[in-house]
Ligand binder design. Structure first.
Ligand code: SAJ
Length: 421
């Protein structure tokens, strides 16, 4: 087992699965996180969030000894940085403090011929202009005495382990020529194609992928709102439009959440130059909470003095992640209305920054039920037991996942973001 040793810096949503993937492919893998609570939880074999396959990989990594959680970073042949890069809305810039601090740590143990890879999502130029100067010293030059590359993850929460294996991958080197060591490293588990480019292009590609998806969803959301005005069925219109060989419009919904699509497109802003289309798309998507309130108002007259049950606080179905969740935006918007009361239920999320209640508590005396997250559990909801607890039978199905006719037959007034009413 003469594979190089790997140290993963940051054991969150991406660092942990990546570390476990390397460990499962015979690399002696060390995992380091600056948060002692994260280290302690993982060391007991507990994955702090829901993600298929991860528990099994963690148990296997710890039991075999291929994966070890360390309290201090030691020298390793390869360092992979997977730390958060939050966006500071007020200053309109990416907070690179965690990347910088991880780079300082790597520098303290970096040796000649080692490899350093950044995976965190960052503004274009970060690997060359921020990471490189921290790592380089009098004796160490990137591209000469050590390898430095950027390689973004592209995995979908809920399918992380599958997509780590199956997705194509980009490796962006900071000097000319392909980063052979880095390609070889990822080739150990990536079944897709690995393509090489320069680091800044790789950073840019990651951002435009997410900006493209966000913009496409914004187009779908705008289409749905326009269709409402024209009195036509947006679902039918989008399905028909998508029959064209070069058209592929995504699905409208209550807004775009998660830690990637709402944030990454903003990393493309440069020296206060607005990215016109991309920022307009963000506005459209952020505006969907207001549209859901409009739908509520159209049935209730006003949401003032009404009690609204909200189903789902996860940002999308099947995950327990509530970051930038459309439900949180909706709850926030409803606080603008006098005496509008909200009760939020989610069968998957264990805790959120707002109180969560049981399904029964949420619907009891509610004037409307808004289904925000497309959890499979909600698709199976029965109208009658819910309706009999509610004060009024009103359903806003923002994802069009419920059988409208059944709910209407049970006396519900039904509204949806897409689909003709
Ligand atoms: N959504 C819609 N309509 C759609 C699709 C999604 O409203 O047709 C909403 C979802 O409900 C959710 C949000 O968009 O609120 C984002 O969900 P998602 O499934 O589109 O994406 P994420 O944020 O879970 O993961 C994205 C993925 N990026 C792309 O597909 C380009 C993933 O591959 C990335 O690795 C991930 O961001 C990341 O880490 O950057």
């Amino acid at each position: 087992m003469n594979e190089p040793t790997i140290c993963i810096h940051g054991l969150g949503y991406i660092g942990l699965p990546t570390a476990l993937m390397f460990a499962a492919h015979d690399y002696e893998t060390r995992g380091y996180d600056t948060d002692p609570d994260v280290r302690e939880t993982l060391a007991t074999g507990t994955v702090p969030y829901d993600e298929p396959e991860l528990d099994r990989y963690l148990a296997q990594g710890l039991n075999s000894g291929q994966f070890k959680i360390v309290d201090e970073v030691a020298p390793a042949d390869c360092h992979i940085i997977c730390v958060p890069t939050p966006y500071q809305e007020e200053e309109q810039k990416t907070d690179l403090r965690y990347v910088e601090s991880a780079a300082e740590t790597v520098r303290s143990v970096l040796r000649k011929n080692d490899t350093v890879v950044l995976e965190s999502t960052v503004p274009p130029g970060t690997t060359s202009n921020v990471l490189r100067p921290i790592l380089e010293g009098r004796e160490l030059t990137a591209g000469e005495s050590f390898t430095l590359a950027y390689s973004p993850e592209t995995v979908l929460p809920g399918k992380i382990m599958t997509e780590l294996r199956e997705n194509d991958r980009i490796v962006g080197n900071i000097s000319d020529g392909p980063a052979a060591e880095v390609v070889a490293l990822y080739e150990s588990f990536v079944e897709g194609t690995i393509r090489t480019t320069d680091a800044t292009t790789a950073e840019f590609v990651k951002l435009i992928q997410n900006a493209f998806r966000d913009t496409n969803i914004a187009f779908a959301n705008e289409t749905a709102k326009l269709a409402h005005e024209f009195g036509i069925d947006s679902r039918e219109a989008i399905e028909l439009a998508n029959k064209h060989p070069r058209v592929d419009i995504l699905s409208p919904g209550p807004g775009v959440g998660g830690h990637c699509l709402p944030i990454d497109p903003l990393f493309l802003r440069r020296d206060n130059h607005a990215t016109t289309l991309i920022e307009a798309a963000r506005e459209v998507n952020d505006g969907m909470a207001a549209f859901v309130v409009e739908l509520l108002n159209s049935v209730l007259g006003t949401v003032e003095d009404h009690r609204i049950a909200i189903f789902g606080v996860a940002y999308k179905g099947g995950v327990d992640d509530t970051r930038h969740s459309p439900s949180l935006a909706l709850v926030e918007r409803l606080t603008d209305y006098k005496n509008a009361d909200t009760a939020v239920h989610d069968p998957v999320v264990k805790s959120a920054r707002i109180p969560l209640v049981t399904q029964k508590e949420a619907v009891t005396d509610a004037d409307a039920l808004v289904v925000v997250t497309d959890h499979p559990q909600f698709e199976r909801l029965e109208p009658e037991p819910i309706g009999e607890k509610m004060a009024q039978r009103v359903l806003i199905d923002t994802r069009a996942i419920l059988d409208r006719k059944r709910w209407q037959d049970a006396g519900f007034e039904v509204r949806r973001i897409w689909w003709r009413e």
